[in-house]
Design a protein around this ligand. Structure first.
Ligand SMILES: NC(=O)c1ccc[n+]([C@@H]2O[C@H](COP(=O)([O-])OP(=O)(O)OC[C@H]3O[C@@H](n4cnc5c(N)ncnc54)[C@H](OP(=O)(O)O)[C@@H]3O)[C@@H](O)[C@H]2O)c1
Length: 290
């Protein structure tokens, strides 16, 4: 049987890097980082897909600088809203399946129990709005597409909360961390492993499960809980809980962003491990280089 061709965009990102490795057993992976495929360039996206003729497109590229997005609205929209729509159109044109990732920041965080996929969206910031627009662009095309919303992604490479906390922990005696935002940390490798499990099902099984899903670890945490789990049981640095209001940032964040995963579990028959288990695995894994 012919091995499927899998185009992975944003392949140098936290998630894209893991995907490019973990999808290799399922097909011929074309790992396209920003230098190889600029997702801000619509013509380049069309040319890349028409050139590669992939069976599966996994879009891990995105504009993820949540605070900067408040100023760089056009760039965020080009990557997060326009590019997914073009990928969806091109995928539909050749009968390919598209896998795409979105965010808990499509919600306003006013709930206190996990969000189902069909809960009303109301993004609080530009990043969340552009990601929601991307979801809608894909849905409007109506091809074979699976969109996975996830949250608080970290890895041992790139820029993320885990690496920031580790760096600050080495520099300071005290860290003041927001304790009134609740969400779920997700190791990029766990997300990529789950994606690889789905890809291994093959395109027909994926195509018939087209739709929107929450793909997220079990459990929940505040940033304060996450920081404490990263640093471990040590005397210094002291981790002090603070309120969001005491740490103002350009972009507003939802106070609660836990994603309910019942639809994913029903469709695919498994759940992601508890976030603390994935974090422990991540912290025990060998360091990675950018
Ligand atoms: N990070 C989070 O906390 C989080 C939370 C919820 C959902 N998500 C979603 O999860 C997915 C994966 O995110 P991630 O955490 O892996 O983000 P990431 O580490 O920031 O990776 C994003 C990738 O997109 C690439 N990129 C940026 N501009 C590009 C352009 N013009 N053309 C092509 N590629 C470009 C970046 O390239 P460079 O490496 O060159 O910068 C980077 O490799 C995204 O859809 C994101 O919205 C992330």
């Amino acid at each position: 049987m012919r091995r499927p061709t899998i185009l992975v965009t944003g392949s140098n990102g936290q998630l894209g890097f893991e995907l490019a490795r973990l999808l290799a057993p399922s097909g011929k992976v074309i790992a396209a980082d920003r230098a190889r495929l600029d997702l801000a360039d619509a013509d380049a996206i069309v040319a890349a897909v028409r050139g590669a003729k992939p069976d599966l497109i996994v879009n891990a590229g995105a504009y993820t600088a949540v605070d900067l997005a408040e100023k760089e609205v056009q760039q965020a929209a080009a990557l997060n809203a326009r590019a997914p729509g073009i990928l969806a159109e091109e995928a539909k044109r050749i009968g390919a399946v598209l896998i795409h990732y979105s965010t808990d920041y499509v919600f306003d965080g006013t709930r206190t129990t996990p969000y189902p996929e069909d809960a009303p969206t109301a993004p609080l910031n530009v990043y969340g709005q552009t990601k929601l627009d991307g979801e809608r662009a894909i849905a409007a095309v109506g091809g074979y597409a699976l969109v996975f919303r996830t949250s608080w992604v970290y890895a041992l490479r790139g820029r993320n909360f885990l690496l920031t906390i580790r760096r600050l922990a080495a520099e300071r005696d005290e860290l003041r961390i927001v304790s009134d935002q609740i969400g779920v940390p997700n190791w990029s490798r766990s997300l990529a492993e789950a994606t690889a499990r789905l890809v291994a099902l093959g395109n027909p099984a994926l195509a018939e499960r087209s739709g929107l899903y929450h793909l997220c670890a079990s459990g929940e945490a505040s940033w304060f809980d996450f920081a404490r789990a990263i640093v471990g049981d040590v005397a210094t640095p002291r981790i002090v809980p603070i309120a969001t209001a005491d740490y103002p940032l350009p972009a507003r964040r939802p106070a609660y962003g836990v994603l309910g995963t019942a639809r994913f579990e029903a469709a695919f028959g498994f759940a992601l491990p508890d976030w603390r288990d994935s974090l422990a695995r991540c912290l025990a894994s060998p360091p990675e280089r950018d």
